[in-house]
Design a protein around this ligand. Structure first.
Ligand SMILES: Nc1ccn([C@@H]2O[C@H](COP(=O)(O)OP(=O)(O)OP(=O)(O)O)[C@@H](O)[C@H]2O)c(=O)n1
Ligand SMILES: C[C@](O)(CO)[C@H](O)COP(=O)(O)O
Length: 237
């Protein structure tokens, strides 16, 4: 679980994963969300490089894995999400053959989404992503950094686009090979599946969920609090 980001787009404050949602660190919500799935037996939390001890303390204090049999280990992360995922993979024990990579910044992912991804990997898909259709029309532009209007260069057909979430599920040897290739070639990708695509391995999509959104900007905190309030009212947690 990459959790080492600063959360710059969320504004000043503690590293994003440590910020509170309804009084509980976002990371604790995310670990609980994964531990709730019977497909998950170990969560490797990749903490801010200088914050591994604090993260361990917070997870223990909040009893993050609760009554589940899920183990939680904490390792320090890296400069980029890609580095952090690679450091998390390096901490896996021998004998693991499949892995889910889940952003701590998606703390409210429903257990059904986690299980759908895990089931697709178990059934033989080497790489699986949860995703939703895109509600807006998406334009490709010529990027301008000076604030001037950006010329549109194309409009991809919306019905063929998907907004991709996490957890993304992989055969471990496929994901490890993808990260090794990217590390060798020095070419990044914004998600793990993107690296696997470059290996020429097929990635498949299963349905994502609105509540698996990524807490990125301040308005996302408002949405997350509203989802938690609705869950407390209807589900009791
Ligand atoms: N060096 C990094 C950067 C990001 N992440 C993690 O990757 C996930 C997705 O990243 P993002 O939402 O972009 O988080 P930040 O990098 O913290 O956000 P920002 O870009 O706004 O700073 C988050 O769980 C984040 O903690 C990480 O583990 N290591
Ligand atoms: C992995 C991801 O959440 C899939 O949508 C996304 O690409 C992460 O991007 P970020 O810029 O690191 O938040």
């Amino acid at each position: 679980m990459p959790a080492a980001g600063r959360g710059l787009r969320l504004g000043p404050g503690a590293p994003k994963a440590l910020r509170a949602l309804s009084g509980t660190p976002m990371l604790v919500h995310a670990v609980r969300a994964m531990a709730r799935s019977r497909a998950v037996s170990l969560v490797v939390v990749v903490a801010p490089p200088d914050g591994a001890d604090e993260v361990r303390r917070l997870l223990d204090e909040h009893n993050a894995a609760g009554e589940t049999a899920t183990d939680v280990v904490v390792v320090p992360g890296g400069e980029t999400r890609q580095d952090s995922v690679r450091l998390g993979l390096a901490a896996l024990p021998d004998g693991v053959d499949s892995v889910l990579v889940h952003d701590a910044a998606r703390p409210l992912v429903p257990v059904e989404t986690v299980e759908a991804v895990a089931a697709a990997v178990r059934e033989g898909a080497p790489a699986v992503v949860p995703a939703l259709p895109v509600p807006d029309t998406v334009k490709e532009v010529q990027v301008r950094t000076g604030g001037e209007p950006e010329p549109v260069t194309g409009t991809p057909e919306r019905s063929r686009l998907r907004a991709v979430q996490t957890p993304q599920g992989f055969e471990l040897k496929v994901l490890a090979a993808a990260h090794a290739q990217v590390a060798r070639e020095g070419d990044g990708a914004t998600d793990d599946a993107g690296m696997v695509e470059r290996l020429g391995v097929e990635v498949v999509v299963v349905p994502g969920h609105d509540e698996a959104f990524k807490v990125t900007r301040p308005l996302d905190l408002v949405l997350a609090e509203a989802v938690l309030a609705r869950r407390r009212a209807t589900d009791g947690f």
